[in-house]
Design a protein around this ligand. Structure first.
Ligand code: FE2
Length: 213
């Protein structure tokens, strides 16, 4: 079976013209103690599910129904009259991407190719992690911090609310959700503790490497 990457994982969110809550790639309690089962049960079972349900309701009788999440996101980005569809489709996609960006016993070091690309772009892995954490901490309000491939360079991006690098000319490699619902039950207002612990213990460098394409 080929590695899970952004070219194939989101098909799991679709069943004909309906969108479904794709399974988590691990058990609810698999990310403990960094992210508790309590947080995952709300974040995945309530927040992520609500975006899926909203999307199905919004797309009923729409010509967009049945298109891939990526197609819907790109077709509705920046259009004020399609903002609700964009927001829900992008949040379904962003959350799937986030679940795969984490794994039990993650962290550590990326494999050779990604490690070399990170070194070429940032100097070393620690500098990359520091910049990614900084993006996560300085994203004002709700949003996302991303590692992306911009041309041949690995770079950092941050987006607000449902915005996603899918609509930009870059390739997402991994993401950290910095909406309060991602960490408030476990870390309250301590976003830095959440971000740094995720980077050290859960981040899935294999997923990022698979997304290099
Ligand atoms: Fe979230």
């Amino acid at each position: 079976m080929s590695a899970v990457n952004l070219d194939n994982f989101s098909k799991a969110a679709q069943s004909g013209s309906q969108y479904v809550l794709a399974p988590l790639p691990y058990a609810n309690n698999a990310l403990e103690p960094v992210i508790t089962a309590n947080t995952l049960s709300f974040h995945y079972g309530k927040h992520h599910k609500t975006y899926v349900d909203n999307l199905n309701n919004l797309l009923a009788n729409s010509d967009l129904a049945g298109q891939s999440l990526e197609q819907i996101i790109k077709a509705t980005a920046g259009q004020a009259d399609k903002a609700a569809i964009f927001n829900n489709a992008a949040q379904v996609w962003n959350h799937m991407f986030y679940w795969h960006s984490l794994k039990p016993n993650g962290g550590g070091e990326p494999s050779a190719v990604l490690k070399q690309k990170i070194a070429a772009s940032f100097g070393n892995l620690d500098a990359c992690k520091k910049d990614l954490a900084q993006a996560a901490l300085t994203q004002f309000g709700s949003g996302w911090a991303w590692l992306v491939l911009d041309g041949d360079k690995v770079a950092i991006a941050k987006t607000g609310n449902a915005e996603t690098p899918l609509t930009k000319n870059v390739r997402p490699l991994l993401t950290i959700d910095v909406w309060e619902h991602a960490y408030y039950l476990d870390y309250q207002n301590r976003r830095a503790d959440y971000v740094n612990t995720v980077l050290d213990k859960l981040i899935n460098w294999d997923f990022a490497a698979a997304n290099l394409g």
